[in-house]
Design a protein around this ligand. Structure first.
Ligand code: HEM
Ligand code: HEM
Length: 186
């Protein structure tokens, strides 16, 4: 059925991502937007705000979930490669799209690891959504915490830049180039 859909659709519109890949994509979008919003809220909340500890727990638990979802998504992708980019897209833009997608995967794997190291090194081991205590293999280490938090922040801001670029590209494909790229993910 899926094959038939692809073959039939090939003449009029590009093949879509399979359902699981589309679910992974939009689940990741929701989780990343939530983690980023909470991260920025934490950065601006005063240390005395009573909600701050809850914000940390939510941010970090969602972040760990993003890491796990990304691992599962990459494993799924191995057996379910994405549909091709538009054939007539200039080579440089194909390269940019691939670089953007690969960087997303790398960022979404590395950021949770850095966040996890940071919170342990600050001396606040994480209990996932207040339910599952996670290991604390590092112990308190403030100089390490400062370094890793800095790297996590740099990655957070570059991730936000990558999202702006990615969404602008999706809108350009949809409204300027009108090549059906957005539909592949809907
Ligand atoms: C992909 C997942 C994640 C994203 C997108 C993300 C995003 C962010 C953002 C936007 C900030 C604020 C940056 C700033 O201060 O300007 C932040 C801070 C932080 N994040 Fe994450 N984060 C993620 C995962 C995690 C995880 C898994 C943990 C810990 C287990 C974590 C721990 C922290 C900590 C400790 C801070 C510093 C907050 C502060 O005291 O200022 N993050 N993150
Ligand atoms: C947190 C925000 C987002 C992240 C982290 C993200 C991540 C990704 C990744 C990793 C891929 C590559 C999938 C693969 O081939 O393996 C992708 C593809 C795609 N994304 Fe997003 N995305 C985000 C938001 C959005 C939004 C808001 C839109 C729509 C406006 C969108 C539209 C698309 C489309 C159309 C593709 C397919 C591109 C193609 O076929 O070349 N994404 N996204």
């Amino acid at each position: 059925m899926a094959m038939a859909e692809r073959t039939l659709g090939a003449r009029s519109a590009p093949a879509r991502y399979d359902t699981t890949s589309r679910v992974f994509h939009w689940l990741t979008v929701a989780l990343v937007l939530a983690a980023a919003a909470l991260g920025l809220w934490i950065a601006h909340a005063k240390p005395a705000d009573s909600i701050k500890l809850t914000l940390y727990n939510l941010h970090e638990s969602i972040g760990v979930t993003i890491g796990l979802v990304t691992l599962a998504r990459l494993l799924w992708r191995l057996g379910h490669p994405p549909p091709p980019l538009p054939e007539d897209l200039p080579k440089i833009l194909k390269l940019a799209a691939r670089a953007n997608h690969s960087a997303f995967y790398l960022w979404l794997l590395v950021m949770p690891v850095l966040g996890f190291i940071a919170t342990n090194a600050w001396g606040f081991p994480l209990t996932w959504f207040g339910l599952v205590p996670l290991p604390d293999p590092i112990g308190k280490n403030v100089p390490l915490a400062e370094m890793v938090t800095f790297a996590h922040r740099l990655m957070a801001w570059s991730l936000i830049g990558m999202i702006v670029l990615h969404v602008s590209a999706a809108l350009w494909h949809q409204f300027v180039r009108r090549d059906g790229t957005l539909r592949k993910m809907l």
